[in-house]
Write a protein that binds this ligand. Structure first.
Ligand SMILES: Cc1cc2nc3c(=O)[nH]c(=O)nc-3n(C[C@H](O)[C@H](O)[C@H](O)COP(=O)(O)OP(=O)(O)OC[C@H]3O[C@@H](n4cnc5c(N)ncnc54)[C@H](O)[C@@H]3O)c2cc1C
Length: 457
């Protein structure tokens, strides 16, 4: 396609993930002309669903689960788009793979017994975390207790030993792709609080039930995109230059197309701002935030089987591991399509080490871990094996959500959602509720559209 010159609109949204598409939807709803520029050749960002190779149905390589009670925006969007949901059921025992590969079988949802009574320390740490969340004020974002230390330092200061730290590491790996020594304790508390607290978030018994979308989570993004006026979403349009003028913005994409608008909304993670040249440059505090915000290492592995062999042994397919490579595993089978699947999250330090291996060794490492945890050589016979390495994706650089090391929030945290000139900032990490999740992406899209609407009208 030849470059376009001078296409004028009122608002330019950069990024056709859920946050950007929701912002566009909200703006179009109030009669504001909007164009969405998307770098990839598809919409959806971190929602990505592909057809199963050997069966009907789809596999989610990115976001997958939503909650029918605690995540009203995303659940209602699914309902509005007429998407069919399946309840997530977990039946059978879980496995904790401890140090030296020692296996502890326990009831799903309950704390696994740990050596030297450390399960009691973990319980106390969970309570301490709950006390810390209660001090966090998500709306004001101006006071960050424990931002000067890492989460690891916080846990050690509360008597956490090696098994407690390893338990906390499973949480940070699965939730943010990083180690407890990487991130500020304050950031972790804010992140957990935004999800209603670590324990509530993980308990389907406490708050609603988790569901998946039969046609995959990407159908949320596709449905939103289709609901926009024809031509509003422009794929293969990576923005490389944003020039602010008194009356508005001029935006150039890598193919040389130029778009002008009165306002621009950036709908992606803070570290990705570094791929764009801003004229005038980013304000110093924002530039510092961009340079200090990190994305962890994260890969989703899906191994599909002709039968759910782990269930035959009374396992739910759920596991946690102190050693990896998979930090956590879940049964994500689609029974109605006879597609039986174990999905793992390979993240943080063990994930980075695993990523250095050759493809065959990586696969062997994951399947050997399944065999060890669930006790069957059937683990080595998947009918399909997929690795989705989000950290190598040019337009994601990692997932599910960025984090900040110690000191960053105190220094420049308040400019996360602060507009600069005509530029507004959304994306799941900027949400008050459910940062890092689809729910948070939608919330931020509504907030960004509202901000811009108030200025334009
Ligand atoms: C493996 C994985 C598992 C997850 N599991 C869940 C889950 O079970 N439940 C849940 O609720 N959430 C989950 N999430 C998180 C969820 O996917 C995200 O929170 C949400 O999709 C983020 O939406 P977003 O719009 O903020 O960002 P993104 O989806 O990242 O969208 C940003 C878009 O901006 C585009 N872009 C970036 N830079 C430019 C540029 N310069 N020019 C043009 N376009 C650009 C990108 O290509 C992308 O399409 C998961 C994510 C991953 C990856």
């Amino acid at each position: 396609m030849s470059p376009e010159r001078g296409l004028a609109t009122e608002v330019i949204v950069v990024g056709a993930g859920l946050s950007g598409l929701q912002a566009a939807r909200s703006l179009v709803d109030v009669g504001i002309g909007t164009v969405v520029l998307e770098a990839r050749s598809r919409v959806g960002g971190k929602t990505l669903s592909i057809p199963n190779k050997n069966a009907a149905g789809v596999a989610d390589l990115g976001a997958e689960w939503l909650n029918d009670a605690t995540q009203p925006r995303v659940y209602q969007l699914a309902a509005r788009l007429g998407l069919e949901c399946t309840d997530v059921k977990v039946q059978g025992d879980s496995i904790l793979q401890g140090f030296d590969g020692a296996l502890i079988r326990h009831n799903y949802g309950e704390q696994a017994p740990l050596p030297n009574g450390e399960d009691e320390v973990v319980k106390r740490i969970k309570e301490t975390f709950e006390e810390e969340y209660s001090k966090v004020r998500l709306e004001t974002f101006d006071d960050f207790p424990h931002d000067g230390i890492t989460l690891e330092e916080f846990v050690r200061s509360r008597g956490g030993g090696s098994a407690t730290l390893a338990t906390v590491a499973v949480w940070t790996r699965v939730m943010l792709g990083c180690e407890p020594s990487d991130l500020s304790a304050a950031y972790f508390f804010i992140y957990c609080k935004s999800q209603g607290g670590l324990m509530k978030m993980r308990s389907a018994k406490v708050q609603g039930k988790y569901v998946t979308i039969k046609t995959g989570a990407q159908s949320l993004s596709e449905g939103l995109a289709k609901s926009l006026p024809s031509g509003a979403v422009r794929l293969n349009s990576a923005v490389e230059l944003v020039t602010q003028k008194e009356s508005g913005v001029e935006v150039r994409t890598t193919d040389g197309s130029v778009f002008t608008g009165r306002k621009i909304i950036l709908a992606f993670s803070t570290p990705l701002y570094s791929k764009i040249a801003f004229v005038p440059p980013l304000p110093a505090a924002k530039a510092s935030l961009v340079g200090s915000t990190k994305l962890g290492y994260y890969t989703k592995v899906l191994a599909t089987y002709s039968k759910p062999w782990w269930r035959e042994k009374g396992f739910s397919g759920a596991s946690q591991s102190f050693v990896g490579p998979a930090a956590a595993t879940r049964d994500t089978s689609e029974d109605s399509h006879s597609s039986f699947r174990l999905t793992s999250f390979i993240a943080g330090g063990p994930g980075e080490q695993w990523a250095q291996l050759a493809p065959a060794e990586r696969r062997e490492g994951v399947l050997a871990q399944f065999c060890h945890m669930f006790g069957s050589n059937d683990a080595y016979q998947p009918t399909e094996y997929i690795e989705q390495q989000w950290s190598s994706e040019e337009w994601s650089l990692g997932c599910p959500c960025p984090y900040t090391p110690p000191g960053v929030l105190t220094r420049v945290g308040d400019c996360l959602i602060e507009p600069f000139g005509h530029v507004h900032c959304i994306g799941t990490e900027t949400a008050v509720d459910w940062k890092g999740y689809m729910e948070g992406a939608l919330e931020s899209g509504v907030r960004g559209a509202d901000e811009v609407f108030k200025l334009l009208r």
